[in-house]
Design a protein around this ligand. Structure first.
Ligand code: SF4
Length: 338
């Protein structure tokens, strides 16, 4: 799958770099000074590169922890995100990463230790609990066999006071979480769209039922799990599709044991949207009833409200209100990853 790996010279001796390089037998390794030399140049074709992305191993030099955008706030109090990785194994047609980055190559920042130091400093800087979401610029778990991200960060959070971790994912790579005893400050949040929408738009992701299998295993082991219906996708049959999805989920999972459930709307900055349309001019998603509001492209306001209201009402048939967080970015954040 990955046969070309770029390595920043500064981290070529890092134990994590070595372990990753050992995994790939038939790879070509190219050293570089900074990952940006490969990742940032203009004129790269995201769609073409997505067919065979290279892996770039790099060192994150600053900005390890950042304030979470409005749609990523999952709890009251302090909300942050951190990105050990840029880009994703999966290929969701609505993903904002396609519009944000010029390259589809995966960047993995191997200096996990620096992230944990920064997370600890932020958590300790105030008395209120701090949430740290890891699935903003990637899917938290999709590349776990390579990154061993959860294997490192889950036990790291066991040692942190006042710090909560959200792993956001569509993946079933939960083995590294299940190695540990459950922690009350780690939540794995799975994103869903209805089965048919997922098959059409969420390329290379595990099916809805496989994601539910993974959730059931985590719950059985005592881990907290969240559900994210983000972004809500409009089709002429959206009512029936979401009703069926909620039914499928809640016949399998006990809603009382869920940590949190949130909804998010489809929303992309105008510039990103234009890039996505150029990349996939044939994509039906972009021919939906969309409009621009405050520099963001989203569904027509009346449709958006109809979808939100319908899904909220349906979800509250199953859920206690206290575990429901609508998460609507009225102030205009970027759209969704993870
Ligand atoms: S939406 Fe999430 S799972 Fe899909 S490609 Fe983007 S980061 Fe990956």
């Amino acid at each position: 799958m990955i046969d070309l790996i770029y390595v920043e010279k500064a981290i070529k001796a890092h134990p994590r770099t070595r372990a990753i390089l050992e995994r790939f037998a038939n790879k070509t390794v190219i050293e570089c000074d900074r990952y940006t030399e490969i990742f940032n140049p203009a004129g790269q074709n995201f769609r073409l590169q997505k067919q065979r992305p290279a892996l770039i191993l790099a060192r994150k030099q600053e900005g390890w922890v950042l304030p979470a955008p409005p749609e990523y706030r999952i709890a009251a109090g302090r909300n942050f995100y951190f990105s050990h990785m840029l880009n994703c194994l999966y290929d969701c047609r609505y993903c904002f990463l396609q519009g944000m980055y010029r390259s589809a190559n995966y960047v993995l920042f191997v200096n996990y230790e620096d992230f944990v130091t920064a997370i600890e400093a932020v958590a300790d800087s105030a008395a209120t609990p701090a949430w740290f979401c890891s699935g903003y610029d990637c899917d938290s778990l999709a590349l776990e066999p390579v990154t061993r991200f959860a294997e490192y960060f889950v036990p790291a959070f066991a040692e942190l006071d006042n710090a909560f971790l959200e792993l956001r994912t569509k993946s079933t790579q939960i083995r590294d979480i299940l190695r540990y005893a459950p922690l009350s400050n780690v939540v794995t949040a799975f994103s869903f769209t209805p089965d048919r929408v997922a098959r059409e738009l969420e390329h290379r992701t595990p099916s809805v039922s496989k994601r539910l299998d993974a959730i059931a295993k985590l719950q059985q082991a005592g881990w907290a799990v969240g559900l994210r219906f983000d972004p809500l996708i409009y089709t002429a049959q959206f009512r029936a599709q979401y009703q069926q999805l909620f039914q499928q989920i809640f016949t399998r999972l006990n809603p009382q044991t869920l940590h949190s459930v949130s909804l998010g709307v489809f929303r992309l900055p105008k510039g990103y949207f234009r890039t996505l349309v150029k990349l996939y001019p044939e994509e039906r998603l972009f021919a939906a009833p969309l409009e621009e509001r405050d520099g963001m492209i989203s569904y027509r306001a009346d449709l958006e409200a109809e979808m939100r209201d319908y899904c909220e009402q349906e979800l509250l048939k199953y859920l206690p209100r206290e575990s429901f967080f609508p998460c609507y970015p009225e102030s205009g954040g970027k759209a969704h990853a993870g």
